[in-house]
Design a protein around this ligand. Structure first.
Ligand code: ATP
Ligand code: MG
Length: 231
């Protein structure tokens, strides 16, 4: 579905992505790991059209999307959950969920289904975004992306800063999404979460992919775990 091939990206003169290639297939959960500053968010921003690659190819369902704008990529079916969550603090939970939701397109994600996935969002429906805990904000951010009925979800560090019990709820929800066939590119620094969810893993170091493999291959590769991940 998503394919990055030899992608180079810059912030001004700063060369951040140095030939990144990765792919996410139909229904696949692919993890992107790496230390702080490795280029994980930059990779996601490039896939979503917020940053234009200076070289390389970004394709979604075989269509070149490198020059499309973020809303155009979203419209093709790519959902995005940013690292900073990006919910509207002064809107209610319910408003956050419905402001951008598509109406009348027969999409599978409806409020009742969102509430079944994250019951707390129903209980907190009238609360304002800023009143939510970090975990609730993360759930809302994921739920809001789902309301656009994506076929591929880009998730930037959903586990960051969450207490173990909340993280478990989010992992359970992501497992449900995976079971239903949603393709996910999951940026993670939490190795356990990545191993629990990922079909395949890419490890980034200084803007380059330095490892690609299965959960068993990643879990058993002590050099990669030691050198490129914080474990
Ligand atoms: N807007 C920006 N302008 C200039 N440099 C940036 C900008 N955003 C990120 N960088 C730099 O690009 C590199 C990659 O950053 P990026 O945010 O992609 O890393 P990351 O892997 O997502 O890290 P983290 O785990 O901390 O979120 C870092 O060296 C960072 O300092
Ligand atoms: Mg990041």
């Amino acid at each position: 579905m998503l394919e990055l091939n030899g992608v180079h990206a810059y912030y001004g003169d700063s060369h951040v992505l140095r030939g990144v290639s990765l792919s996410v297939g139909e229904g696949e959960v692919v993890c992107l790991l790496g230390r702080n500053g490795a280029g994980k968010t930059t990779t996601v921003l490039t896939a979503m059209g917020y940053l234009k690659p200076r070289a390389g190819r970004v394709a979604y369902r075989a269509q070149d999307i490198a020059l499309l704008r973020p809303f155009e990529i979203a419209r093709l079916g790519v959902g995005y959950v940013p690292q900073e969550r990006g919910i509207f603090p002064s809107l209610t939970v319910l408003e956050n969920l419905t402001v951008f939701a598509r109406h009348g397109d027969g999409g599978q994600w409806t409020l009742p289904r969102i509430h079944a996935l994250f019951p707390v969002l129903e209980a907190r429906g009238g609360n304002l975004g800023f009143q939510l805990s970090g975990g609730e904000q993360q759930m809302l951010s994921i739920a809001r992306a789902l309301m656009l009925n994506p076929s591929l979800l880009l998730l930037d560090e959903p586990s960051e800063g969450l207490a173990p019990l909340i993280l478990e709820q989010i992992v359970t929800a992501l497992r449900t999404l995976k079971r239903e066939g949603l393709a996910i590119l999951l940026v993670e620094q939490n190795l356990r979460t990545a191993l629990a969810l990922g079909d395949r893993h890419h490890v980034l170091n200084k803007g380059e992919i330095c490892f690609t493999g299965s959960s068993a291959e990643l879990g058993g590769n002590e050099a990669v775990l030691r050198n490129y991940l914080s474990v």
